[in-house]
Ligand binder design. Sequence first.
Ligand SMILES: Cc1cc2nc3c(=O)[nH]c(=O)nc-3n(C[C@H](O)[C@H](O)[C@H](O)COP(=O)(O)OP(=O)(O)OC[C@H]3O[C@@H](n4cnc5c(N)ncnc54)[C@H](O)[C@@H]3O)c2cc1C
Length: 466
Amino acid sequence: MEKLLNEFVDVFGKDIAGTPEPSYLQEPRDRFFASAMPLLRPRSTRQVSEIVKLCSERDIAIIPYGGGTGLVGGQVSDAKKNTIILSLERMNQVRDVRPLENAIVVEAGIILTNVQAAACDVDRLFPLSLASEGSCQIGGNLATNAGGVQVLHYGNTRDLCLGIEAVLPDGTIFNGLKTLRKDNTGYDLRHLLIGSEGSLGIITAACLKLFPKPKNTTTAMVVVPNPVAAIKLLADLRAVLAGNVIAFELIHRQGCDFLVETMPQVRQPFQKIPEWSILVEVSGGVSVDLDMALEDALSEAISQELVLDALIAQSQAQADAFWNVRETIPEANRLIGSIASHDISIPISRIPAFISETPVLLERFGDIRINCFGHLGDGNLHYNVFPPKGKDRNDYKHISGEVQKVIHDQTHEFGGSVSAEHGIGRLKRHDLEAYGDPGKLSAMRAIKTALDPKGIMNPGAVLAQN
Ligand SMILES: Cc1cc2nc3c(=O)[nH]c(=O)nc-3n(C[C@H](O)[C@H](O)[C@H](O)COP(=O)(O)OP(=O)(O)OC[C@H]3O[C@@H](n4cnc5c(N)ncnc54)[C@H](O)[C@@H]3O)c2cc1C
């Protein structure tokens, strides 16, 4: 480590090359820990290119690092030698805002909330929104093709990106920073780099789509009798409210119970915690009275017994309180400590069957608790399994892999995906091998070899090393 660091200090100086704080060496769920290695913090794309060129010449591996909020261990490597962390944190500027084109050009290290704020400053919306938005960076969001709570309407990060600037594994700068909506000129490197989790290059800047700011937003918390009703409600609301349904989040009683157990200060919307509830958000332009439209749609749903109870937020504070319940459930999960957690997607129409059949398969593991929640509107469930109350997850380590296999096998059986929005990283590379399409896998390996023949870009992430 010392010798490698000194080599980088000699070339780039102490301002750029240094030793990482411990926070760079672990990830949010403490599942992966990185070895101590030099930390490079370049200030420009040119510097990123020079660092990568040096690494390529010297066969030094690079772990690209954004906000460090990734949940699959892509940003932490336990390689013992010849590896550096390359953090984009100093490349955090807005380069250009073009409200007339509904586009913004930002550097990769900008924190997501700062992109949202820059859009807001010109009366536009950048809709990517996730609970980690105060720490994650747009480069990390692109590299993981992050999802979040508004995918239902705006798509995931891939759908929000018009162009990319990146440094390829030999140090070449790829300048694809176009604001064009139409550019049909051969292979789209942008889409190859998005979701590649730092394994094909380093994203240094991006041109992102902006949208008109909704003038009108209504948020409701709705009790549904079961997931079948929830799916029907989603279809009905989308039909009646056209493109105005922005978020449709499933919450299970278990998640609220965890909040009561770990964060009792979080206000529960309903006096008696319901078995299943939905947080629904609709938004649109000035001419639509969304409060009324949503109220009418929910009244109709109540008459059809799709909805048992509903609260429409009467103020922004109440809407925030509803969101707070949804957004703090992952932290409550973390405090309880899961045996195994899963970020899966299932074809929406098959979700009720998945939810009713999977616990039966898990019965053999005895007294466990399941918290199944997530972005139901996108078919994305976070299906997490916990020990019984009062028991420690560490006592269940021996069954963790088996539990995960049952759930991933079942997901595969249902035509789903074992990684809906978090990516593959180091956590799921064997799942990719097990469940991935063989044709896709061999094409992925060929692409990796072609672009990164020396294998220096985030080795061991996404594709297992041979
Ligand atoms: C509380 C919490 C809530 C979350 N909610 C969601 C959610 O709703 N939806 C969702 O999708 N994710 C969610 N996540 C996961 C995480 O926030 C996202 O994956 C995010 O996009 C990661 O961004 P980051 O900047 O932190 O990247 P990092 O964690 O630093 O890196 C993630 C991966 O991207 C690579 N990378 C980072 N920057 C670059 C770059 N500039 N160029 C190339 N590769 C790069 C890294 O090598 C690594 O493989 C959540 C995480 C937390 C902690």
